[in-house]
Write a new protein. Structure first.
Length: 196
């Protein structure tokens, strides 16, 4: 039970510390692009894909035309549209490939990544830095050394820190979008599915 509590604390610390990395200008840029895009497409692999789907659902609740890449009902992306790509490493092949296609078709690309210098970071029009585990932390096999220095990355396996921080960031972005678009919770609820 102690390990579980430490893991929760490590995850929450990463989320709490995310604010210090946020660039207000980039967040405003994200909001501007999202509000002015004809359609929003979201993409992520694995658990990042789940964060992307959750965000697409909230965009729909806001009345924004949104699609999840890979779903059978997702149309072609075109100029005037925006692709939001989520990849901690910024090197996931399927994500980079989709970004290249979107760019070639005249779409704008926004990214959330832990590595702005990655392929994704270099291809996108704007990015939000979301801190996750660094490559050095992921490769470090010295458990005792990490513990002595108070580094508990082993408690947040694989992309956990990135994925959960991204999910929280995107929910925070929805709150900003609600304010900018003058939407209330009642407005969002009116668009919520009734076929459940």
């Amino acid at each position: 039970m102690e390990i579980m509590k430490e893991a929760i604390d490590a995850i929450l610390d990463n989320i709490k510390n995310a604010e210090e990395y946020l660039d207000e200008k980039e967040v405003e840029n994200f909001i501007d692009v999202i509000v002015n895009a004809k359609n929003i497409f979201v993409i992520g692999a694995g658990r990042s894909g789940l964060a992307a789907k959750a965000f697409a659902m909230r965009l729909m609740h806001l009345g924004i035309s949104s699609y999840v890449v890979g779903e059978t009902t997702t149309p072609a992306i075109n100029a005037g549209d925006c692709l939001i790509a989520i990849s901690g490493s910024g090197e996931t092949n399927t994500i980079v490939s989709a970004v290249n296609i979107a760019k070639n078709r005249g779409s704008s690309v926004l990214a959330l990544t832990s590595y702005p210098e990655s392929t994704l970071g270099k291809l996108c029009d704007a990015y939000i830095f979301v801190k996750g585990r660094t490559k050095a932390e992921a490769d470090d096999k010295n458990y005792m050394k990490r513990q002595i220095h108070g580094n508990y990355t082993s408690l947040t396996p694989l992309g956990t820190a990135f994925e959960l921080t991204t999910l929280v960031f995107l929910d925070g972005l929805v709150a900003e979008l609600m304010e900018v678009m003058e939407q209330t919770e009642s407005d969002l609820k009116a668009r919520h599915t009734v076929l459940e």
